[in-house]
Design a binder for this molecule. Structure first.
Ligand SMILES: O=C1O[C@H](COP(=O)(O)O)[C@@H](O)[C@H](O)[C@H]1O
Length: 251
């Protein structure tokens, strides 16, 4: 792990409520200012849809002050079941207290390169004066192969240092056409929280958190330059770890 990165690993019977509390706490800490939040898709959609609304209702975090963006998106119509933005807009947003967040979503119906350029332009407009958008919190998942967002092992996009949003047309995980935040955006965040559940993630979680690989997996390359890095795991995903972990608590 990169020196200077403050990392915590929490293991809980059910990560959902802990993740929701973490998001709510970071949002409340933004006080009266904007809270820039990036969400990933996959299993996180259901987790956040179920647990974030009650966590927000219980505290001072006001979604009206949020800027909500998506860390990656599959290039399918918004109503398609694989659309991350479509899933959150249909399932989570209606359950947040109004008025809801300002949402930055990729424009549908564009070819991959145009979709990436369009979303990057939206981000630059939302983060004026920042060469790389600095999110207050990015919520990331990790695939069994170690991918995060739509950054996949061995893919040239891992070397991308200039663009903030990139297009991929050969995703090994369907659908093939996607756009994704690049590592500069992920590593500029003030806080990053990874969530992984299930035995199927145990081996890759061990590789990421305990390995010291010459060619690190995408999720292992997320080392926020000056931010906080947290992992929230269930017991099955953590079962191969030998490093010290926080049991039943989040930072
Ligand atoms: O395809 C994707 O996969 C990752 C991991 O998903 P999970 O269901 O294994 O948690 C997800 O974080 C990303 O947003 C998505 O596009």
């Amino acid at each position: 792990m990169a020196p200077g990165v403050a990392r915590s690993v929490s293991v809980l019977p059910e990560p959902g409520p802990a993740l929701a509390r973490f998001v709510a706490q970071r949002a409340a800490a933004a006080g009266g200012g904007r809270f820039a939040l990036g969400l990933s898709g996959g299993s996180l959609v259901e987790l956040l849809t179920r647990h974030l609304p009650p966590a927000i209702a219980a505290g001072p975090a006001a979604p009206a002050r949020w800027l909500l963006a998506f860390c990656d998106e599959r290039l399918v119509p918004p109503e398609h079941p694989e659309s991350t933005a479509g899933a959150y807009q249909a399932r989570l947003l209606p359950r947040l207290p109004g008025p809801g967040p300002r949402v930055l979503a990729p424009s549908p119906g564009l070819a991959p390169a145009a979709a990436a350029a369009d979303y990057a332009a939206k981000l630059r407009q939302a983060f004026p004066g920042e060469d790389v958008p600095v999110f207050d919190l990015l919520v990331l998942g990790v695939g069994p192969d170690g991918h995060t967002c739509s950054l996949f092992p061995g893919h040239p996009l891992l070397q991308e240092k200039e663009t903030i949003v990139a297009a991929i047309t050969d995703s090994p995980k369907p659908p093939p056409e996607r756009i994704t935040f690049t590592l500069p955006v992920l590593n500029a965040a003030r806080a990053v929280v990874f969530v992984a559940s299930g035995e199927g993630k145990a081996a890759v979680v061990k590789r990421i958190l305990e390995g010291d690989e010459e060619n690190p997996l995408p999720a292992a390359r997320v080392q926020p330059h000056s931010g906080q890095l947290c992992w929230i795991l269930d017991e099955a995903a953590a079962k191969e770890l030998t490093i010290p972990v926080e049991k039943h608590s989040i930072p």
